[in-house]
Ligand binder design. Sequence first.
Ligand code: NAD
Ligand code: IPM
Ligand code: MN
Length: 354
Amino acid sequence: MKICVLPGDGIGPEIMAQAIRVLNALGLKLEMEEALLGGCAVDATGTPYPEATQKLAREADALLLGAVGGPQWDSLPREQRPERGLLGIRKDLGLFANLRPAILYPELANASSLKPEIVSGLDILIVRELTGDIYFGQPRGIEVREVEGTQQRVGWNTMIYAEYEIRRILKVAFEAAQKRGKKLCSVDKMNVLECTQLWRDIAIEVSRDYPDVELSHMLVDNAAMQLVRAPKQFDVMVTGNMFGDILSDEASMLTGSIGMLPSASLDANNKGMYEPSHGSAPDIAGKDLANPLATILSAAMMLRYTFNHEEAAQRVEAAVRKVLAQGFRTGDIYEPGTQKVGTRAMGDAVLAAL
Ligand code: NAD
Ligand code: IPM
Ligand code: MN
C-alpha cells in the first residue's frame, strides 16, 4: 500500500502530521513517501507540481493531501500558482470523482450554524465532478480589447462538459445512491446555461439504468437555499466542478466546521487522492489551531476506497467519534463546556481513542 504524502502549505503540514500518526498506529503495512505540491513546491523548484512529484504520484496507490496555497503566492503568474499544482495533479491522475460526505456527528449538533433540529442526523454525500467544467475549459484569459469603443480589460472562461464526463460522474453518483438512501439530486442551472442543460439531459438518460434510485433535479441557486433550509431532504447530490466546490463548503458548515469535511478524489479504478475540503487556512497556520479531523477522516476514506480496508476505516472513524464524545474540540468547533485543544493534542486524543 504505497501512499504519496503531500503536506502542502499553511496548515497542511500540521494537519498531515496528525493523520500520519493515526495511520501509523493502525499496524498496517503502509509505505509513505512525501512529495512537494503547491507553494512549497514553487519555492523549492519554481513549479507547483514538479516532475519528482508527478513520478511519485503516478506510482502511488493513493495520495494524501493537506492543502495548498497562501497569500505569498497570490501574485505569481497563474501557471505557477499553488492551486494550479492541485488542479494539475487531479487532471494528470484522472481524479474526476470527488466525494464529499457531510455528516453531522451528534456531539457537534450545537457547533453547526443551524438549529440542532434542522441538522441532527444529517448525512449527505456531495458528488462533485473534479476534472472538467469552467475550471479547465478553454479558451480562458484576460486581455485588453476594444469594447463599445474603448480599450478595456476583458476576462473570460469557458464552461464546458463533454458527454462522457457527465455520464461517468453520474454513474458514480447513482452507484453511491444505490448503496445509501437511493435518492439522487442532480444540481444544475439549466434555465440559463446550455452546458448544464446537457448535464440534465444526460442525468435523465443515465437514470434509466438505475430504476431503484429516485432522481430529482434542482437549480443550483435553490439548492444553495435548500441546503440551509432543510438539508436532510438530500441523500446524494451530484453536480459539476464549480457548483460542487461552492455547495460543499456550504454543506461543511452544517456539520459544525469546514475542519470536519473530508473528501476522496477518485479515478475510474479507485486510485485516489484524499484531501480535506478546506484550504490552507493562512490565518491560523503555524499556530497549532487547525482542526486535523477532516484530514484524519480523509485518511479513513483512503483506507475504505483505495485499500478496501473497511475495518481500519471504521476504527479511525470510531476514534474520531469517541474524541468528540469525550469533549475534545479545536477552536473551530469549540463551545462552552467542552475542552479546547490544539492540532497536536487532537491528534493525541485520536491516538488514545484508537
Ligand atoms: P480556507 O478553507 O483555507 O479557510 C477558510 C476559513 O476556514 C478560515 O477562517 C480558516 O481558518 C478556516 N479553516 C479552514 N480549515 C480549517 C481547519 N482545518 N481548522 C480550523 N479552521 C479552518 O479557505 P480560504 O481562506 O478561502 O483559502 C486559503 C488558501 O487555501 C487559498 O490560497 C486557497 O486557494 C487555498 N485553498 C486550498 C484548498 C486545497 O488545497 N484543497 C482548498 C481551498 C482553498
Ligand atoms: C477545493 C479547493 C480547490 C478547488 C482550489 C484550491 C483549486 O477550493 O479543493 O475545494 O476549487 O477545487
Ligand atoms: Mn473549495
